[in-house]
Ligand binder design. Sequence first.
Ligand SMILES: CC(C)(COP(=O)(O)OP(=O)(O)OC[C@H]1O[C@@H](n2cnc3c(N)ncnc32)[C@H](O)[C@@H]1OP(=O)(O)O)[C@@H](O)C(=O)NCCC(=O)NCCS
Length: 393
Amino acid sequence: MNDTVRIKNTGLRGVTVADTRVSFIDGEKGILIYRGYRIEELAEKSSFIETAYLLLNNALPTREELDTFEMRIRAERQMPGYVYESLKQWPKLAHPMDVLQSAVPVLAMADPDLLLDSRDANILSAIRLIARIPVLVAAWHRIRSGLDVPCPDEGLSHAANFLWQLTGTKPDEEIARDLDMCLILHADHTFNASTFACREVVSTRAHMYAGVAAGVGALSGSLHGGANAEVMRMLRELEAESDIEGWVKRQLDRGERIMGMGHAVYKTADPRAEFLKKMSSRLGKKLGQEKWYELSSRIEDAALKEFERRGKSAIKPNVDFYSAPVYHMMGIPPDLFTPVFAMSRIAGWCAHIIEEKFAEAQDKPMLYRPSTEYIGQYCGLMGCAYEPVERRS
Ligand SMILES: CC(C)(COP(=O)(O)OP(=O)(O)OC[C@H]1O[C@@H](n2cnc3c(N)ncnc32)[C@H](O)[C@@H]1OP(=O)(O)O)[C@@H](O)C(=O)NCCC(=O)NCCS
């Protein structure tokens, strides 16, 4: 088998397409690193805003740099009125990921730095996107529910302000800190499908928002960011199920997947899942909702046993398996789970977009242009004879 045969039609698994300085995964050992730092340490000691700074700037900020960055993000939460006015015109049943994907170019129109294609201008655009995506997600939920959108509160942290604008109630500090931790854990993940989509789009010299809109589209699929909402659907369906082992077997016999399990890169436990599992247990106890943790653990145990029996012991819970019950307990509606993922991944997307645009990990920017092998109809180089439609049988 030659090299071409081995890499085509494999979803690019195992194919290295670029260098990056943004993040690193050791899939065998279950390690995820952003710009040199282990995510466990960032989740415990950092904040999402500090992690976003790290991803964008390749170094942790000084106190002064962090304060300035955070102040800018808080100030950029204010969106032009026409963004809200246009959201109000959209069908109330639209999926929040479709709304987000459509709203990103609307935000582009409000960005004065859009066409200044310098690194500094792209950082300013990244700050606006990081600040405004949570506001958009919360605003859409309020608008579709027929409620007023609370003004952003500059006194609140990133996660706390999101919960405030979503629910209209000032959140519990511990819950806001937990959400912040979730945002840190989801902020980057090397060349996943959505990041690759962002990078591919900006490799054409399209602007940052065009790349991000493509990333949002890629994230919406159920094999990627959409999995967390599917996990919640599964948990809801199984709330009253006593035979979890039987359900897992039937699911796999039918060729269905257990959502929130398996990973294209991790061949051992996903380090983010371990963290979220503990958070799910802790939050369940705090909020008197231990049933979600208990149910997820039972599904996990049954699935691991069944995967082992079928010779697929590398399939383990991924980041979505325990983030779903965590978000549910925080009062976030299931169809907003993937938009919440986007609120976090925007930091990684922007870091990768800047790396791609400014060739920060390669000699010069390169347009992505892979090749394919044509296996369709072929009548020779002169082409097939074109029959007018009336003569076709
Ligand atoms: C994420 C995912 C696409 C990665 O898959 P992958 O390792 O690249 O490999 P494939 O999709 O080719 O799957 C390989 C095999 O494992 C099986 N498999 C992988 N994940 C599975 C799951 N969650 N449930 C059941 N079977 C699974 C596939 O059916 C396939 O079996 P086959 O070889 O008999 O056809 C896959 O694990 C999945 O679909 N998971 C569920 C969705 C999810 O949670 N996505 C979020 C990812 S963070």
